[in-house]
Design a protein. Structure first.
Length: 89
């Protein structure tokens, strides 16, 4: 039984991005739930949590997208003569 199986590069990016995005949304909902639980509805603290959550969601999503799509394939921009992709064993 194999615990780790080979997957395509694109499928790995899609799954990684999807689960990372889901984690960010759940983190945002957790912050809103904490604000609601402690009775901060209609107060300045609630606005702070909401703004902080939105900014965190946007910045981490953009940095995750940057890392997942742009930086994961270092051989994509190399000249063809210098592309030496290591063999997978």
């Amino acid at each position: 039984m194999k615990l780790i199986k080979k997957e395509s590069y694109k499928r790995g990016i899609v799954f990684s991005s999807m689960f990372n995005g889901l984690a960010k949304v759940l983190n945002f909902l957790q912050t809103v739930a904490i604000a609601f639980y402690f009775g901060t509805i209609n107060s300045k603290v609630d606005v702070y949590f909401y703004c902080f959550g939105v900014i965190s969601l946007l910045t981490t999503s953009l940095s995750m997208l940057n890392f997942s799509v742009i930086l994961q394939n270092p051989y994509a921009f190399a000249p063809r003569s210098r592309r030496r992709i290591p063999c997978a064993s």
